[in-house]
Design a protein. Structure first.
Ligand code: WT7
Length: 681
């Protein structure tokens, strides 16, 4: 078990009722009346998934051809499928049907980096833009089953691009715009994308991001990519455009006006790939299918957040991650609900930004990662009261555990004690919420993600015996016993890796990778990852990938990366490296240019990770050591490093399996001088 983020005493609380205000602004009952109705629906969803999800799928999605069977396959065989033989189109479901019914209704409320550039895109306008871009892609030969990479910041055009790809029955692979050129290339090549959609430059926090330049660098020599569509975001002069490969979005779209009919696809045809990090190897292209994913997105948005037609949802996440896919795009748009698309940061131009957005657009729902709230709590709390945020009904939390303290702070300072807090536990692979309260119906407890969503047969397993833990007041790893509609179906081009990672660890179950407890009321408390995955500011990072980036450096012989608890970012990355024999000495005597001191080597290594993966993966500190602690079989004992970096060298535990225990004292002193001493400064 990892260090527990939530203290167990927190579990001894009585579940809270929703505040009265919640029902004033949204008359009772919401979509689900109370806990009893939740229980009844949940029970049916587990005992009779076909009877539950069949009618739900018919009610919430438009089908070009009805499905003939609700569910098939098994977790044992890794061949789960939903809504068999049905046909539909995600773009039609998210755009056309709402545009036909209500063309002037806002779809995307765009908050630009610079607030004077804000704009609103209605469903009618969205349909026009999606049709045009789909027309461009079609003219380039993009068709059903092709993969298209999208490397764009959090702007409306990212949503337009994704929906345009989906309109043709093609598969989008969004690459977070914070990824480096090398990471972009790795993902484009793995997914076999012949077309990339990007922009000239991005704007974030008043700074310019050279997006197209990064694309050019990443794709130099990648012949696979034959066409790049470039949206003009800043219009700066001198953006290099390669003739025959690079085309301007506005010029090409102008050639493809008019309605382009969507291409219906099979329920199980992939809608998108999204790369995510695991504990080993290269990033995995998680595959989500059209019908099941879209239904999961729509149902969780509707029932967990208790969304109604006139609501305005502000998901403060990026479309480069799953939160943006599901709760900024597919969930709200499938329901015809307005979604706020936020390009900037909570600190720009000042810490009042989130609250101004909520006031300006009368947002009813705000959905954010605890890390952003920790930042606001520390430096921007005074800003909140300056704005009228009384339109808010639901405050969501996502990506990492929220501590009971922060939960209370969120409830009081942001929600004015008038909102329901929805702590939502889920993953890239789950597609939509796994464990989350239905706002207004399920009582909440600070620090608990509460209860499973419809169709999620959640359970805890004893990691030692592999047995399922029955009853309440138990602690184990979180797993799911049956497939659910929005479960990832595969890893792109590597189905066996999908089975190995998620289905093999506990046969018959889907393994989440998280440790969790279930309290006396059956509420779940997520403890954090049990594998070598670090969660920094709600971003999933693989220690193995960061280690691989570090050993790319000339001087590094071996590296080991651990996550430690961090006040601001939840977890922080600490990297340990041992150097090649004589590296510092050789370079110190090699003359001015190559003169490397330990300090600038550490800086170089941080830059190395930023360059190989992206700035968000930067280690908080790099510690140069003589040797890494290893078992007799040569396995690095990260537990020892984690304890030392957490300033808990007095609790190292059993070290009898270490082959080189004598290196530990020097690691302790290296951490003391290179990391802890700096922290104190
Ligand atoms: C991992 C998934 C879900 C979208 C953003 C992250 C952790 C997520 C919670 C929560 C405690 C959480 C888990 C999970 N996690 N939400 N509410 N409480 N932990 O998606 O990058 O796929 O990461 O994030 O450890 O496995 P992701």
């Amino acid at each position: 078990m990892p260090e527990h983020t939530v203290v167990h005493e927190a579990q001894n609380v009585v579940a809270r009722e929703p505040p009265h205000h919640f029902f004033k602004s949204q008359p009772r009952p919401g979509h689900v009346k109370d806990a009893e109705q939740y229980m009844k629906m949940y029970k049916q969803s587990i005992e009779d998934p076909s009877g539950f999800f069949g009618p739900m799928a018919r009610e919430h999605l438009h089908w070009d051809r009805p499905f003939t069977q609700v569910r098939a396959g098994s977790l044992q065989h890794g061949d789960s499928a939903w809504f068999l033989n049905g046909e539909l189109n995600a773009s039609y479901n998210c755009v056309d049907r709402h545009a036909f019914a209500n063309p002037s209704k806002p779809a995307l409320i765009c908050e630009a980096d610079d607030e004077s550039e804000n704009r609103v895109i209605t469903f009618g306008e969205l349909l026009r833009q999606v049709s045009e871009v789909a027309g461009v892609l079609k003219s380039w030969g993009v068709k059903k089953g092709d993969t298209v990479a999208v490397y764009l910041p959090m702007i409306a055009e990212a949503v337009v691009a994704m929906l345009a790809v989906a309109r043709l029955g093609a598969i989008h692979s969004v690459i977070f715009a914070g990824f480096s050129a090398g990471s972009l290339k790795e993902r484009v090549v793995d997914a076999g994308c012949k077309v990339v959609i990007t922009c000239d430059e991005g704007r974030r926090g008043g700074k310019t991001v050279h997006t197209k330049k990064i694309v050019d660098e990443g794709l130099a020599g990648v012949d696979l990519v034959s066409k790049i569509l470039v949206y003009q975001r800043t219009g700066s002069a001198g953006i290099p455009m390669k003739p025959g490969r690079d085309y301007w979005w506005h010029e090409e779209s102008a050639k493809h006006g008019g309605y382009l009919p969507p291409t219906p696809v099979n329920s199980e045809d992939p809608l998108f790939l999204l790369y995510t990090s695991g504990s080993t190897g290269s990033p995995k292209g998680v595959v989500h299918t059209t019908a099941g994913y879209l239904l999961g997105a729509a149902l969780t948005t509707k029932y967990v957040f208790d969304i109604h037609p006139e609501d305005v949802l502000f998901t403060a996440g990026d479309v480069g991650w799953i939160t943006g896919h599901t709760y900024a795009l597919y969930g709200p748009l499938a329901l015809g609900t307005a979604s706020i698309i936020f390009e900037s940061t909570p600190a720009y131009p000042d810490y009042g930004r989130y609250w101004r957005i909520i006031e300006r657009h009368k947002a009813t729902h705000f959905y954010v990662a605890p890390t952003a709230m920790r930042l606001i709590k520390r430096v921007g709390e005074a800003e909140i009261a300056k704005y009228d945020t009384s339109s808010l009904r639901v405050l969501g939390s996502v990506g990492e555990p929220i501590s009971p303290d922060l939960w209370e702070w969120y409830h009081e300072k942001v929600g004015n004690k008038n909102c329901v807090i929805c702590d939502t536990m889920w993953q890239t692979e789950s597609g939509s919420h796994l464990i989350a309260p239905l706002a207004g119906a399920v009582n909440t407890k600070p620090g608990s993600a509460t209860v499973p969503f419809f169709g999620i047969n959640a359970c805890l397993i004893d990691p030692v015996s592999g047995e399922e833990l029955k009853g309440n007041d138990v602690e184990g790893v979180l797993a799911v016993k049956d497939s659910w509609p929005s479960m990832a179906r595969s890893v792109w081009n590597n189905h066996s890796r999908y089975i190995e990672t998620y289905l093999k660890p506990y046969p018959g179950y889907y393994f989440t990778g998280d440790g969790a407890g279930r309290d006396h009321d059956g509420y779940y408390w997520i403890r954090g990852r049990v594998d070598d995955v670090v969660n920094v500011s709600g971003h999933r990072l693989s220690t193995a990938e960061i280690e691989a980036a570090l050993v790319e450096h000339d001087g590094v012989s071996e590296s080991a990366v651990v996550g430690i608890t961090d006040e601001l970012t939840g977890q922080a990355v600490i990297a340990f490296v041992s150097l090649k024999d004589g590296y510092l000495q050789d370079n110190a005597s090699a003359g001015d240019v190559a003169h490397i001191t330990p300090d600038n080597l550490r800086r170089e290594l941080i830059l190395q990770v930023r360059g190989e993966i992206g700035p968000f993966a930067s280690p908080k500190s790099v510690v140069v050591v003589n040797d890494l602690p290893k078992t007799r079989s040569g396995k690095i004992m990260r537990r020892v490093l984690r304890k030392v970096a957490s300033n808990e060298a007095d609790q190292l535990g059993d070290m009898s399996t270490l082959a080189n225990a004598d290196c530990v004292p020097s690691i302790i002193s290296a951490v003391e001088t290179q990391f802890l001493a700096q922290k104190k400064k």
